[in-house]
Design a protein around this ligand. Structure first.
Ligand code: ASP
Ligand code: MG
Length: 418
């Protein structure tokens, strides 16, 4: 049975990173499917190209050159001049050139996927070829030929049936032929062979899709932290690692905004009872965190902080109750503008929600709501979520803060604070 390893952008951010990932793979002799993200920060840079091109700012080529040369530098360092890998990279990058040379004909989301997918195509090409150079029996797989989605660009919905068929037909055999298959996270393809992406940070989800379709033994997500921690180690100095976690706890944590794993990752794994390990690529021997179906009792308090929150208070203009028809109208507007409600509260004549500040998109939505309601907006707020809360943790986190909204449900307490 194969295992699935997922390496994020930080693990392959430079040549040392790529060498380190290679040594981790070498230490695992069993058949492996390796899912890799774009080199650290590359996805953001590619987004920069998309924006420059779409808005015709005149900077697209310059931005393109800088991302391209970053990859060729890594390539030359690992393979020397005029390598086969360099010519493969050339073919991958030229696709961007072809897009940005032309006038803008297509929609933003479509263009985005054609350009941004290059990050994963390039990193996986470099890694696969470096593994071969290091005498690992490895092959490269284009994820767009197996992860089949609909045509929702930037948020491709998985066609599970088609994906399962493709994975069974192409990967199962290949995994026994070569020990290691390297493929891309984050990207997929439509039945018409158009490239799609699965949403930012979607590589974890890709790993889970592959694991599900392969009936993998396990999935390991290799990160720059020791495992799943009780809080952000850059904010708190007293975080601890959670050794074992249930699927349920993991899905709750990601639902409340914990960034350790992509929220869509857990479901496919839970459905097939495939365990997931969160491990450190800096300390590959460490135990990390294991997530599986086993019940775990007594979790320590887990803290999730989300900044850039906006509190929107929506009230009726005529002092009438906020009733079902208002709410359904309001929810429809939020759904249409793809703005996710993090927390909400309903009172007699008002309805308050906390959402992430998405700037332009939120502004449009607020203007829309103002046509029907009185809308008050307060921005620059923080959303604090504590799972398995204890009074002293609450006090510590809300000290010197003004609580604007509070919600307690089961083991979770949440505050919107200023
Ligand atoms: N490279 C993509 C991103 O940065 C996907 C991922 O890293 O999971 O969003
Ligand atoms: Mg990432």
């Amino acid at each position: 049975m194969a295992k699935v390893f997922k390496f994020g952008g930080a693990s392959v951010k430079d040549i040392e990173g790529i060498k380190n990932v290679t040594s981790i793979i070498k230490n695992h002799p069993e058949p492996l499917l390796v899912v890799v993200s774009a080199i650290g920060k590359v996805t953001n840079q590619l987004e920069g190209i998309v924006n420059a091109y779409f808005n015709q700012t005149g900077e697209a080529f310059q931005l393109y050159e800088s991302v391209r040369s970053k990859h060729f530098e890594v390539c030359e360092n690992l393979f020397g001049p005029n390598s086969e890998t360099a010519s493969l990279l050339n073919d991958i990058f030229v696709e961007i050139e072809w897009v940005i040379e032309d006038d803008v004909h297509d929609g933003y989301d479509y263009i985005y996927d054609q350009i941004v997918s290059v990050g994963e195509l390039a990193s996986s090409t470099i890694l696969a070829n470096y593994l071969k150079k290091e005498n690992v029996s490895a092959s490269w797989q284009d994820a767009r030929d197996v992860i089949i989605t609909d045509e929702t660009y930037r948020d491709g919905k998985i066609n599970w049936k088609a994906t399962q068929k493709k994975v069974s037909a192409t990967l199962t055999q290949k995994l026994t032929d070569s020990n290691v298959i390297v493929t891309q996270g984050f990207i997929g393809g439509t039945t018409d062979n158009n490239t799609t992406t699965l949403g930012r940070e979607g590589s974890d989800f890709s790993a889970a899709i592959f694991a599900y379709c392969l009936d993998a033994e396990s999935v390991s997500i290799w990160k720059d932290v020791r495992g799943i921690l009780t809080g952000d180690p850059t904010v708190f100095d007293d975080v601890v690692k959670i050794d074992r976690m249930s699927y349920r706890e993991a899905i709750e944590m990601t639902y409340y905004g914990a960034k350790v794993i992509h929220p869509k990752t857990i479901k496919p794994l839970q459905n097939k009872k495939i365990p997931m390990y969160v491990k450190s690529f800096v300390d590959p021997g460490g135990a990390g965190t294991v997530i599986n179906q086993e019940l775990v009792k007594n979790y320590p308090p887990v803290i999730v902080l989300e900044n850039n929150q906006v509190l929107i208070k929506i009230s009726t203009n005529d002092f009438s109750f906020v009733a079902e028809q208002h709410l359904s109208y309001i929810f429809e507007k939020f759904a249409a503008s793809r703005i996710k409600i993090n927390m909400m509260r309903n009172t007699a004549i008002s309805f308050s929600v906390s959402v992430r500040d998405t700037r332009a998109r939120l502004k449009v939505l607020i203007e829309e709501l103002r046509k029907e309601f009185t809308v008050e907006v307060e921005d620059n707020l923080q959303l604090i979520t504590i799972r398995h809360f204890q009074q002293e943790v609450i006090e510590k986190l809300t000290k010197d803060k003004i609580i604007l909204l509070e919600e307690k449900s089961g083991e979770t307490i949440r505050f919107v604070v200023r």
